[in-house]
Write a protein that binds this ligand. Structure first.
Ligand SMILES: Cc1cc2nc3c(=O)[nH]c(=O)nc-3n(C[C@H](O)[C@H](O)[C@H](O)COP(=O)(O)O)c2cc1C
Length: 414
């Protein structure tokens, strides 16, 4: 199924990666989560050391299962709000759902109340989850204005309290923390927050090497990942701007991080995980799929979304994916408007019928922005939030079902 494994001509890579060597034998080790922890019978070994980033509206079971067919690694769910999960919200349950063959199963939780987090973790562990991550990087104003998401690492004692609640209830299951560099360039929190997480038994710390103010703009600051590696004993997971498999090797070589988290680069490119598996195993990746092959992958993805969400919601979800899958192909811009209005999966085939199925994957599309754009923001924090950095009082989150639904809408992107 993976066209990338067929023998190929010259490397399809941006100039940045044309001469980067594939991994040498023994150069990298599997990522070990939970290693050496007291009672860590559930130690998780991940090879290649590659993690699908939690992405709201993206990393549901449908996409995770598709990615998994290309390569091994750890495939994390989108963030699941603790309150929604505990109240049995139907959509939250669907987003948290897995299948018996999804091994290891990994869930990212979002919450800021230690009691809720503890209860949620116990329940997920009972369901058989193998890895838990907590989102402390969400930059959405509705969340930070209440002191949640990327505001939490400003307060190391609060962060510690939340991580402790998870670790104490997770038994053998490794708990990791995902954060950003800080609020903005003059308020960097990742070193102290990383130490606090490690001190409470986090098995690894993931760093999206941007501040909350930067959102997704500019280039991720890989030097910050290197600094965190120096500061912590637990593995550091580097995140930001892995668009090509060779970026992962470059990030690991230049920062010493133990694993990489891949976000936007795999949107509409699930085969990236196949390419990552190959370069980490010391093989040259083959050519990416042609347009015709990508249409088949799109249909497969659509089918999986329909199975998970039902016909109407599944097709609606597929609309944004069609833009990512077709990005950069000749003539795709002129059909994008129609793709955004598809009413059935079959519409996709009809709409792209005039495009050339033989067209090779455009090199220009490798690093093309997928989702989010280049906006920046002034981060909203609660009044006086930075006056009490030692305070560990949990911020107020949504309680009623209505509030939870409003939050889940706003949370579309941490
Ligand atoms: C559509 C979208 C949704 C996201 N949702 C989440 C989320 O639920 N939890 C989270 O921790 N980060 C979330 N993120 C951030 C990513 O996990 C990742 O940190 C970020 O995209 C940087 O990695 P990249 O440069 O490889 O894209 C989201 C990003 C995108 C693009």
């Amino acid at each position: 199924m993976n066209p990338a494994s067929e023998s190929a001509g010259p490397r399809v890579a941006s100039p940045l990666n044309r001469d980067v060597p594939v991994a040498a034998a023994g150069e990298f080790s599997p990522l070990r989560l939970g290693e050496g922890r007291v009672g860590a019978a559930g130690e998780l070994s991940v090879w290649p050391p590659v993690i699908l980033a939690p992405m709201a509206g993206v990393t549901n079971l449908a996409f995770r299962s598709l990615c998994r067919e290309y390569g091994a690694g750890l495939y994390v769910s989108e963030m699941i709000t603790a309150r929604g999960y505990l109240m049995g919200n139907r959509l939250t349950a669907l987003l948290a759902s897995s299948s018996p063959d999804e091994k290891p199963r990994s869930v990212q939780v979002y919450g800021a109340d230690p009691v809720d987090l503890g209860e949620m973790v116990r329940s997920l562990v009972d369901e058989g989850v193998d890895h838990l991550d907590i989102n402390m990087g969400c930059p959405v104003p509705k969340v930070t204005r209440a002191g949640g998401g990327s505001a939490i690492p400003c307060k190391p004692r609060l962060l510690a309290r939340l991580v402790r609640a998870m670790v104490q209830n997770a038994g053998d299951v490794p708990v990791t923390v995902k954060m950003r560099k800080g609020i903005h360039d003059r308020l960097l929190t990742f070193e102290e927050a990383g130490r606090a997480a490690e001190g409470e038994g986090a098995s690894a710390v993931g760093l999206h090497a941007r501040t909350a103010a930067e959102l997704y703009s500019g280039e991720a600051d890989w030097d910050a990942i290197g600094r965190l590696v120096e500061v912590l004993d637990v593995p550091v997971l580097g995140n930001g701007d892995i668009w090509e498999s060779f970026d992962a090797l470059r990030m690991m070589r230049s920062t010493g991080c133990a694993g990489v988290i891949v976000g936007r680069g795999c949107l509409g490119r699930p085969w990236l995980f196949g390419e990552l598996a190959e370069v980490f195993d010391g093989r040259e990746p083959g050519r990416p799929p042609s347009f015709g092959e990508i249409v088949e992958i799109m249909m497969d993805h659509g089918q999986r979304l329909v199975e998970l969400f039902g016909e109407t919601v599944g097709v609606r979800q597929m609309r944004k994916w069609t833009a990512w899958y077709t990005k950069g192909f000749r003539g795709s811009a002129s059909v994008r408007g129609r793709l955004m209005r598809i009413e059935s999966l079959q519409d996709i085939r009809t709409i792209v019928a005039d495009l050339d199925p033989e067209e090779a994957f455009p090199v220009t599309a490798l690093r093309a922005m997928r989702a989010k754009g280049s906006k920046v923001q002034t981060v909203k924090l609660p009044e006086g939030y930075l006056d009490e950095l030692d305070d560990d009082t949990p911020p107020k989150g949504p309680r009623t079902l209505e509030e939870i639904e409003a939050w889940e809408k706003a949370l579309n992107g941490g």
